[in-house]
Design a protein around this ligand. Structure first.
Ligand code: THG
Length: 268
């Protein structure tokens, strides 16, 4: 599965400071450590920037600084199209835009960029103002609307990673099953479409969050999830992914599993 490293995000205080001070060494260290942990994408978020111009400048600094030290594509995590394009202009490889949703104005802004830069895109199953429906059926309907709209821009379904939007178990005990139902619905109804999720929301407000995150990851992997936004420097979590992929038949001759063992990557 695609492992999207989450650590370069200005909601984290040290990252906010490093971006503000243009501390390339700090950012490059985060990039390297995530790559070494097994990331296949790095999420980059500078959403604390107040103005779009500021966010665009942050991306214009971050993208080359990161890609100078790791040979990985980036997931450009932003709600604004101008900063996203500023990042894409400087990006090498197949970037991912994080994200579009079912809002018509948003799709009109983002899909032309996906087409122009030939990238992948994360599509949240939410509509206007981030409204997230309470049932998997309604979320699936939004995913279908997004898939139909993407066709108009000739964006291939296989480049769209639908995010069913996981919410805290502590607020609704059915939020885990709601997520898994939506995930399976997307995989069953939308052909080549991919799926993705962040992990940490599921466990919000509960003890032993890492335990829940690991169990959740495994259930999602078992339901066909294609990508996850997580901390690739978390060795226990990464070991769980390697085991899960092998158990799901995605590892011919268990070669990756055995290789990971030899590299000492299965020890938490
Ligand atoms: N879906 C999509 N995009 C997303 C999310 C998602 N982007 C943001 C978020 N969720 C994923 N990224 C992060 C980044 C950092 C942290 C969590 C998720 C994080 N977690 C710990 C904390 O908050 O306590 C660790 C703090 C730290 O290390 O400083 O920071 O779901 N499409």
């Amino acid at each position: 599965m695609e492992i999207i490293g989450e650590k370069i995000n200005t909601t984290r205080k040290e990252v906010e400071k490093a971006v503000r001070e243009r501390d390339a060494v700090f950012i490059q260290d985060l990039a390297r450590r995530q790559a070494e942990g097994g990331a296949t994408y790095l999420d980059v978020n500078s959403g604390l920037a107040l103005y779009p111009e500021e966010e665009a400048e942050d991306f214009a600094w971050l993208v080359p600084v990161i890609q100078k030290v790791v040979d990985l594509p980036l997931s450009i995590d932003s709600g604004r199209s101008r900063p996203i394009e500023a990042a894409l202009k400087l990006h090498s490889g197949k970037a991912m835009i994080n994200s579009v949703n079912g809002e018509p104005a948003k799709m009109e802004e983002i899909f032309p960029l996906v087409k122009k830069y030939g990238c992948r895109v994360i599509a949240l199953t939410s509509s206007r103002d981030g409204g997230i429906p309470a049932t998997s059926g309604e979320r699936l309907k939004i995913a279908e609307i997004i898939a139909t709209e993407a066709q108009k821009y000739r964006v291939p379904l296989e480049d769209i990673y639908f995010d069913p939007l996981v919410m805290a178990l502590s607020t609704q005990h059915g939020n885990g099953t709601l997520f898994l139902e939506t995930l399976r619905g997307i995989k069953n109804n939308l052909g080549e479409a991919k799926t993705v999720s962040g992990l940490s929301n599921i466990s919000f407000g509960l003890p032993k969050r890492r335990l829940l995150n690991q169990a959740f990851l495994l259930l999602a992997l078992g339901s066909g999830m294609d990508a996850a936004i997580l901390d690739p420097t978390d060795k226990a979590l990464m070991a769980m992914i390697r085991a899960g992929e092998t158990l799901m038949g995605k590892d011919p001759f268990c070669a990756h599993y055995i290789g990971a063992f030899r590299e000492g990557r299965l020890d938490a």
